[in-house]
Write a protein that binds this ligand. Structure first.
Ligand SMILES: C[S@@+](CC[C@H](N)C(=O)[O-])C[C@H]1O[C@@H](n2cnc3c(N)ncnc32)[C@H](O)[C@@H]1O
Ligand code: SF4
Length: 420
């Protein structure tokens, strides 16, 4: 860990050509510079769950109808506050609802979408994360009526042994399949977790087969991450074992005819997609939601109480902000664009007004020589080896940066600042 931490710091300094770390400060403003941004996505966070899983790092509390209803009233105020700054309706790519278990507020999802539609035109659909318990015909139909087009179900594992380890209830697969067959969505994605203790290729093949057999056309396979602040006692798998498993399941998904559309996700057909991460810019509403703009990254407070107070006072609930240097924003762009496993040099040039090769020609040459990337007509694609090392680095990044930050944010509504 110390070794990779040192490499990571040196790499960051090299790529940003600066000793400056990524610094989050607690200043905030009510102006968000999003009006002129292309390829803007929207995210809405609903932080309520019926029970809390001990492995889960996300911002959430136990569900109560009163608190959830109150929270959504304020969420709608926040959307109105931000949206009313536009002079005309703004085109955005997608809208994703995450949590928590956002379907606990199914009766209000339409109100939220209607509010968003007052200010934005959504061109690539609306997605929502579902807990398996939400997959009933009534909820699915209500979501469909609200114009939701993509669902993502947090199955984690179909295997009883791993459901036990993760503290999740057993699933009735034929009931799930039956319900999913009654209400159709463009994308039906299933989240699986891999790299759990002693998990084998055979276990994961069975999980993938079951996911496809109950109606998924999209699969997300996340490596298990042992966050320091969760109560989970589950330990993540060693690097070597994990690499072999990841290579095997990736090849298995390819054999089954799926295509990789992001580092962790695979689709059975090209138009199935579910990713709230692969957008150039995004606006986040609700507790813990993040906003990425041309030269800023913001994160909202994790405290529901403080979130409500800020909105009550006609202020945005921003807790921390990074003001990027140009090079920092480039690294941020490249890291998250690579998440889609591809970088198009023309997109980079359009975004920054400078050719990618001029900025990072040597690094790209090195990445090709090391077998991490291939290039065709200015489009760089990640190889299997590149995907593993991205995975590996992402894991490290999550544990050293996101873990550190969320740990602070969980305990302090408005920390003074964080240096990463
Ligand atoms: C907000 S949850 C999904 C929706 C719903 N609340 C549920 O649990 O089914 C988002 C996803 O994050 C993934 N996840 C949560 N904790 C994780 C961890 N410690 N390591 C890896 N993936 C994790 C799970 O696959 C989960 O489905
Ligand atoms: S995994 Fe899903 S249900 Fe479990 S605590 Fe996290 S958000 Fe809630």
């Amino acid at each position: 860990m110390i070794y990779i931490s040192l490499i990571s710091t040196i790499t960051r300094m090299w790529l940003t050509r600066s000793f400056k770390p990524f610094t989050f400060k607690n200043h905030y403003t009510n102006d968000l510079a999003f009006k002129d941004l292309d390829n803007l996505g929207l995210y809405v966070h609903i932080p309520f769950c019926k029970s809390i899983c001990n492995f889960c790092p996300y911002c959430k509390v136990l569900y109560s109808k009163d608190l959830c209803d109150k929270y959504i009233d304020y969420l709608i105020k926040e959307i109105n506050f931000v949206g009313s700054k536009l002079d005309e309706k703004k085109q955005v790519t997608s809208l994703y609802f995450g949590g928590g278990s956002p379907a606990l507020a199914t009766d209000k999802i339409k109100d939220i979408i209607d509010t968003i539609n007052k200010y934005f035109i959504i061109t690539e659909g609306i997605g929502i994360e579902l807990h398996p318990e939400d997959v009933n015909v009534e909820t699915l139909q209500a979501l469909k009526n609200a114009n939701v087009t993509k669902i993502s179900i947090g199955i984690q594992s179909f295997n009883k042994k791993y459901q036990n380890i993760l503290g999740r209830k057993p699933l009735d697969c034929s009931q799930l399949a039956n319900n999913l067959s009654k209400v159709k969505f463009e994308t039906v994605s299933i989240d699986l977790i891999f790299a759990l203790p002693n998990q084998t290729y055979k276990d994961l093949k069975e999980d993938i087969d079951t996911a496809l057999s109950i109606g998924a056309n999209h699969i997300a396979i996340y490596p298990f991450i042992d966050f320091t602040f969760t109560k989970s006692k589950v330990k993540a798998m060693e690097k070597k074992e994990k690499k072999a498993l990841l290579d095997d399941i990736t090849n298995y998904l390819f054999e089954k005819g799926l295509v990789r559309n992001s580092i962790w996700t695979f689709a059975t057909k090209n138009n199935a997609s579910y990713s709230s991460m692969t957008r150039d810019n995004f606006l986040g509403f609700g507790c813990s939601a993040t906003t990425l703009l041309k030269d800023q990254f913001k994160i909202n407070t994790f405290s529901i109480e403080e979130y409500i107070k800020r909105i009550d006072n006609n202020n945005l609930p921003t807790s921390l902000t990074i003001d990027f240097t140009k090079r920092q924003r480039m690294i941020y762009y490249l890291f998250w664009t690579l998440y889609s496993t591809k970088i198009d040099s023309l997109d980079f040039e359009k975004f920054f007004g400078i050719p990618l090769k001029k900025m990072y020609g040597f690094e790209l040459y090195l990445a090709k020589k090391l077998g991490f990337l291939t290039e065709e007509n200015g489009i760089y694609s990640m190889t299997l080896k590149g995907a593993f090392y991205y995975h590996y680095y992402e894991n490290f990044y999550t544990l050293s940066y996101i873990d550190k930050m969320w740990n602070v944010m969980k305990n302090e509504a408005f920390p003074k600042g964080i240096k990463l």
